[in-house]
Every structure is written in C-alpha cells, then in structure tokens.
Unconditional design. Sequence first.
Length: 318
Amino acid sequence: MLFYHDRMRDSLAYINGRFLPQSQAHLELSDAGFVFGATITDFARTYQGRLHRYEDHAVRLIRHALSIGISLSHSSAQLAGIAQSLQATNGSSADGSSIELAIVTFATPGPIGYYLTGLPNPPTLEPTLGMHTFPLPLERYRPLIAHGAILVPTPPQPLPDPERGGFVDPQIKHRSRLMWWLADQHLRSTTTPEPGTMALLLTDQGHLTETAIAALGVIFAGTLTIPPAKTILESLMLRYTREIAQEQGIPVIERPLEIAECQQFAQEALLMGTAFGIAGVRRLADRDLPCPGPITRRLIEGWHQRVGMDLHGQILGG
C-alpha cells in the first residue's frame, strides 16, 4: 500500500501547461470546478501500454466543455500528445515492465474572478485543464468479468433533469457523481446486494438507462437494443460496440427499454465501459440470463481483436 501511495505521489501529472509531480497538482480553492462542481471529465486507458483512439476521447471532452461554456485552447491532437507523454513517463514499473494506466482528463472554467479580486465584475480568467494517471485497478472489474453483473433498476434521484426543465444534459460526461452515489445508497438501503450488483438508473417514465460505470445493451430476438442517446451518457465504448455489431451483421436499434419486456423477452444483456470493454449481465431486473450470451461473446471477441489483446484474460489474471 505504501509503495502504491508513493508511486502515485511521484507520478507525473499535467496542469495548465505544466508537467509536475502528482503530489503538487491541485485545484485552487477558488476554482469553479471546486466551488460549483463545474467539471467536464474523461476516462481513458492503455492497452498493453498503448493508447487506442485517444483523440475520440479528446474530441468529446472539448465538445462537452464548450457545451457548458468552457472554451479550451488545446486541440484534440495536443491533448493526445499530453496523454502520450504521461503514458511514456508513468507507464513503466521499476523493472521496465509496462503498467496499464487509467488516464483522467478534466476541464473547469478556472478560478472565479471575484474570489480573487473582490470586484463585482472581474476579468474573465483562463480555464483549468488537467490530466493525471493511476494504475488501472484490474481487480475492481474481476468479479464483473468472472461472474457477470446483477442489474437492479433504481428510481431516478432528485437531481435536475432536462425533461423537467433542468440543465444537466445526461449525454455530457461531467465530474459530479452525486446521482450515482444516491442511487447506490438507495440500493443498499432496500436490499443486501450480492457481489456484482449495480444500480441501473431509470428515467421518470420508468425506462432503463445506464449504470455508474457502463452503458447498457439488451438483446431481443438477436438485435442489440440500446436506450435513446438523449437519455444516456455519450459513451465511446457504446459507439465502438455499435461499430463492431454492424461489422458482424448484428442489428442495432435505439429505443426506450421497459422493465417488463426485459423480464419477459430479454435473451441476453451486456455492459460496455472503457475500463473493462464489454461484459455480460447474469441478472437483469430479476431475470436470469446466459452470461455472456452468444452475441455478447461475439462482440467481446470483436473488441479484443480491435485492441489487440484479451482484456478479460488480463483482468482475470491470465
């Protein structure tokens, strides 16, 4: 534990044009990312020490930042260059072997002017852009890959929603995890979860959306069915899975998902997330499912071919 802590403190991070030890990387107390929670974020990972389509992550981060008024001066290529630099520095152990890294990028509006100047109309300050890494916690995903997920539909939490006149677009990948924290608290207050149990958030209309760490797909009659894009995070892993499905001739449709139809007609279900790729679901809304099912297996194999490695074998310790 001490070794891991020391390594984290000594690893390189990036903040506003500077590479510095992670122990010295911090946000000012006046930063809007801290004061208002106004933070756009991205999570990427390496595959045997390599980045895969990182510019997709960078393009999404820049677009989502702009959607809440954060105009970054960095291009997607520049962000990719920073990520490559951090991977090259932080991605090797003392004996020279590669370490799989999680790469976290974030952007905030920057310091709040009146906190610093006391003026009612202070000058506009520059946004904050940061990037850091940590060893990918493969053991966290081991139960998911070994046994599959148990998904429990969970009522929507009392947070702003665009359909109720709110302001947080569910497609935007932002830092606040409060709704997922509340969903998890609700789940644990109503049941004693088995290992691998996750809250599956519902819309106000009772439609299935996603989990805190992954997008959801359900197979009906050989067709991959996913929730409408406007109700879920803009997931890159979901995009890649759709690409693989289309390459393999697996039909893909996008529509609202009802609990009752999943309980009666779902053939299989899957989760899609950057850290682990694609994983099977063994129970969805009290319906037991093959895990992973045959179509899910095809999609898993297709993703492993794309990244050039067996992610599940790596996570399971093979």
